[in-house]
Design a protein. Structure first.
Length: 353
C-alpha cells in the first residue's frame, strides 16, 4: 500500500536480520554495564506480501510449521495445530499489532498482509531469535509505507517492540541484529563496532536443548540485586574488571586469552543462579577437553553455551564433539561479524492479480 497516493500496490518486502551471540556481559548490560556482542551467520528471514484487500486480514506462517490468520483482531488457528505454537503466535501478533500502530499502518482501508517467517536461529536458545524477528519485521513494515527509515530508527523501534516480549530488555540484542558485526553495547551509548580478528579461532555454540525465558531470568537477577545488594555490587565490580581485560585482549590481538575471561564471566553468571546442571555439564565437557574457555550466552537458565577453540586444536575439537554427540546435543560453529539487517522491496502493478 502506498500511503501517499492511496492506491494499492501489490508489494513484496523481504528483510533479513542475523542472530547474535553475547560474548560478555549479559544481565550486567541491563544495569548499564558494557557488553561485547557479535552477529552470527544464522538468519531470520521475514517476507511480507501486501495485496489489495478483500477483507482486513493478516496471515502468519512459519518454517517451524505453524500458521494463523487474523481477521478484525481475532486469531484463528488451523485445526489440530499444537497449543504450544498458539502461545508463540499470540506473542508474535502482539509485536505485529504494536508495530502497525506505531508505524501507522491502517489495515482497514488498505491491503491484506501475508507474513512468512523463515528462521535458522533456534527458538529460546539465547541467539537472538526474537530480536532478529523484531528487527526484520520493523524494517519490513517501515518499507511498506515508503518510509525511508534508517537503521537507527528501525533499531530503536524494534527495541520498543521487543519490550512487549521482554519489558526490561537492554536493547543489546536488537542493536546487534540491526547493525551486525562485532562491538560493544551499553544502554547509554548504544552500539559501537570494534574490529578484531578471530580467524585463528572457532566459536562453538551448543544448544542445551532447554528453551529459556529471558524475562524470568532477568527477574531472577533483579531479586538477587534487591535481596543481596552488596553481593550484586561485588559481582558487577568483578564483571567490570573482566570487561576491561577483554578490551585489552582485543586491542593487543590476544584472542586466546579471552578464553579464561569467558570462564570468569560464566562464574559470575553461575553466582547469579543462571546456570543449571545441563549447562554446567556442557561447560565441563568443553573445558575438560581443552577448550580455551566457555560460558552461557544469553539469559541463561537454558539456551546455549559458547566455547572458544583454537582452529588448530583439532583433537580437542574432535573430542568435544564426540562427547556432545553422546548426549545428542545440537551444536554449530558460528562465524561472527555477519552483515546486519538487509532489505529488498519489489512492487508489482497496482491491479489485483
Ligand atoms: O534473550 P537472550 O537470551 O538473548 O538474553 C538477552 C540478554 C540479557 O542481558 C539477559 C537481556 C538484555 O536485554 O540485555
Amino acid at each position: 500500500m502506498d500511503s501517499n497516493t492511496n492506491t494499492f500496490k501489490r508489494r513484496r518486502i523481504v528483510t533479513i536480520a542475523p542472530g547474535k551471540v553475547i560474548l560478555f556481559g549479559e544481565h550486567f548490560v541491563v544495569y548499564g554495564y558494557p557488553s561485547l556482542i557479535a552477529s552470527i551467520d544464522k538468519f531470520f528471514n521475514v517476507k511480507v506480501n501486501f495485496s489489495p484487500p478483500t477483507v482486513d486480514e493478516i496471515t502468519i506462517e512459519s518454517n517451524l510449521g505453524f500458521k494463523a490468520t487474523i481477521q478484525n483482531s481475532v486469531l484463528t488457528f488451523p485445526l489440530g495445530q499444537e497449543d504450544t505454537y498458539h502461545e508463540i503466535i499470540k506473542k508474535l501478533y502482539s509485536v505485529i499489532k504494536y508495530l502497525m500502530t506505531h508505524i501507522g499502518i491502517d489495515m482497514r482501508s488498505k491491503s491484506s498482509m501475508f507474513i512468512h517467517l523463515d528462521s535458522e536461529i533456534p527458538l529460546g536458545g539465547g541467539l537472538g531469535s526474537s530480536s532478529a524477528f523484531c528487527v526484520a519485521l520493523t524494517a519490513a513494515l517501515y518499507h511498506s509505507i515508503d518510509n525511508k527509515a534508517n537503521k537507527d530508527k528501525i533499531c530503536s523501534e524494534s527495541i520498543n517492540a521487543e519490550k512487549i516480549l521482554n519489558r526490561d530488555t537492554s536493547g543489546a540484542d536488537c542493536s546487534i541484529c540491526t547493525f551486525g558485526g562485532l562491538g560493544r553495547f551499553d544502554r547509554l551509548n548504544g552500539f559501537k563496532k570494534i574490529s578484531a580478528d578471530f580467524s585463528d579461532y572457532r566459536l562453538l555454540i551448543i544448544d542445551s536443548g532447554v528453551a529459556h525465558d529471558t524475562f524470568s531470568m532477568i527477574e531472577r537477577v533483579s531479586e538477587i540485586k534487591n535481596n543481596r545488594p552488596n553481593d550484586f555490587k561485588n559481582l558487577c565490580n568483578k564483571y567490570s574488571n573482566i570487561y576491561d581485560q577483554v578490551l585489552s585482549c582485543l586491542e593487543h590481538r590476544e584472542i586466546g586469552n579471552i578464553g579464561e575471561l569467558l570462564n570468569r564471566n560464566h562464574e559470575l553468571l553461575a553466582n547469579l543462579s543462571l546456570s543449571n546442571p545441563i549447562l554446567d555439564k556442557i561447560i565441563n565437557i568443553c573445558n575438560s577437553e581443552g577448550s580455551l574457555g566457555s560460558k552461557i550466552t544469553g539469559a541463561g537458565g537454558g539456551g546455549s553455551v559458547v566455547s572458544l577453540l583454537h582452529k588448530d586444536d583439532v583433537l580437542v575439537i574432535k573430542n568435544i564433539l564426540k562427547r556432545l554427540d553422546l548426549l545428542n546435543l545440537k551444536y554449530f560453529f558460528a562465524k561472527i561479524g555477519s552483515k546486519g539487517l538487509r532489505t529488498a522491496c519489489n512492487d508489482k502493478p497496482s491491479k489485483q492479480i
